[in-house]
Write a protein that binds this ligand. Structure first.
Ligand code: AMP
Ligand code: GLY
Length: 435
């Protein structure tokens, strides 16, 4: 009963990532309709796209709707529905799904499980201690010479990680997690050795057996210029990451990617979706900082412009378990960069509901994906989130990419707009802070 057609796609999610996926998927002429649950104010600007308003937790309605629409492939964007088992549920109801089942999503939703997984497969990562009480934490913190990173052991939208500057801060952070600051006071804490080096995101599309790699990307997690301020979901990105040489990618493949996929198989986890490897390139080699069970946002917006019309076929092959592993992503002779325009105050408190004005955007190799937007009653586009718009450009080098991105972001205006002026500074030769 599972569909082998490829005409009607459903994407779950409401961010810039999901709009970028839709935009890449519509390039294939086989595709007739793309539905987004719920999408945002930018979704229906994309060719073939239509929004559906339905609670995905209303399982009966969801299945009814998907059957009515004859959906051939469901792409699940965010981690929360994956961690809640939406993939399992849809598969049980005979739909093709891109996105792992709950067992695979555990790589992201349980940091301690992911650490034990890496330990079992001898995958390079920082040392860790799982602690269940403040006293246990104290013992570990006091017996370590170096400072430890503190992580809430569960989903926390990127906010459950502390990089303390003193042992006291380390204890305070641990206490705040045990006090239930991240929802669940039962939740454990993972303490990690602090490691150093540049970070890079690697994405493997996986069908349970085989995989193919997408272009690498570098995110900018910190809120402010020079990588200062709190961690965010991501303020900008570029792709590919020149830091990842051919030799380095072979090493990453051998030490990290292949062992991850074979450990999943050892654990009888049929992983059909994307594995996001958050890596740190340390002096002693690449190490895994974290796994995610979904595309990164804004890395996805940055990479999607490289994808041709066959991208959706790769997603379908992952969902069907029919990758050969020899599929090639057409190499691009361009590079890509993304700057995220946010609401001032993000990632803490911020106001929304401000009208967005967008001037004449370059028509070639420049995309504006809505991240957090909604319509007002009379159809005006308003800000509706911490991250509001993702401005993505491609060109032959990163100087040109970011010149274009900042030239276009200057044509965008809404109250409280904030963005970093130094995205891509690592790869720009003509970098100056006044774009
Ligand atoms: P995570 O949510 O686990 O990716 O952590 C968020 C950010 O915290 C990462 O992107 C790193 O910049 C930083 N981080 C996490 N773990 C470590 C670690 N063990 N050592 C140093 N920095 C870390
Ligand atoms: N940009 C990082 C993330 O999506 O987690």
């Amino acid at each position: 009963k599972k569909s082998n057609n490829l005409e009607k796609i459903l994407i779950i999610g409401n961010g810039g990532r999901e709009n970028a996926l839709a935009w890449a998927i519509q390039k294939n002429e086989q595709i007739k309709n793309i539905y987004l649950i719920p999408g945002n104010a930018g979704s229906e600007k994309i060719n073939k796209c239509e929004r559906i308003f339905l609670e995905i937790d209303d399982k009966k309605e969801l299945i009814k709707k998907l059957n009515f629409l004859s959906i051939d492939l469901v792409v699940i964007g965010p981690e929360i529905p994956l961690a809640n088992g939406l993939g399992d549920f849809l598969r049980k109801n005979d739909f093709r799904v891109f996105g792992p089942n709950k067992d695979g999503a555990k790589l992201e939703y349980s940091k301690s499980w992911a650490k034990e997984f890496m330990e079992a497969a001898k995958i390079p990562t920082s040392k860790f201690w799982k602690v269940n009480s403040l006293n246990e934490a104290k013992e570990v913190i006091n017996s370590n010479n170096g400072l430890l990173v503190v992580k809430a052991d569960g989903l926390a939208s990127g906010k459950g990680v502390f990089i303390p500057d003193s042992k006291d801060e380390c204890l305070q952070a641990t206490k705040s997690i045990f006090d239930g600051k991240f929802g669940n006071a039962e939740q454990g804490v993972v303490l990690e050795e602090k490691i150093h080096g540049p970070e890079v995101s690697v994405f493997a599309l996986c069908d349970g057996e085989k995989y193919i790699l997408l272009p690498t990307a570098q995110d900018h997690k910190r809120l402010n210029e020079n990588d200062e301020g709190p961690n965010t979901g991501g303020m900008g990105a570029y792709s590919p990451a020149p830091l990842i040489t051919k030799d380095l990618i072979s090493r990453i493949t051998k030490e990290i990617i292949k062992p991850t996929i074979s450990e999943l198989k050892t654990k009888n986890i049929e992983y059909r979706g994307v594995i996001y490897f958050g890596l740190m390139i340390t002096e002693s080699g690449p190490k895994v900082i974290e796994y995610n069970c979904r595309f990164g946002d804004p890395e996805c917006q940055t990479i999607m412009p490289f994808m041709d019309k066959d991208f959706v076929i790769l997603l379908q092959k992952c969902a069907m378990g029919s990758l050969t592993g020899d599929e090639k992503i057409n190499p691009s002779n361009k590079v890509s960069g993304c700057v995220v325009a946010t609401s001032k105050g993000y990632p803490n408190t911020y106001k929304t509901g401000y009208p967005i004005e967008i001037g004449e955007i370059d028509s070639e190799d420049c995309q504006v994906f809505d991240s957090g937007t909604r319509f007002s009653k009379n159809g005006e586009v308003l800000t509706d989130g911490g991250r509001v718009l993702s401005i993505v450009c491609q060109d032959e080098d990163f100087d040109k990419v970011f010149e274009k991105a900042y030239r276009n972001i200057n044509k965008i205006n809404f109250k409280d707009i904030y963005y970093r002026n130094d995205i891509g500074r690592q790869v720009r030769t003509k970098f100056s802070m006044d774009n």
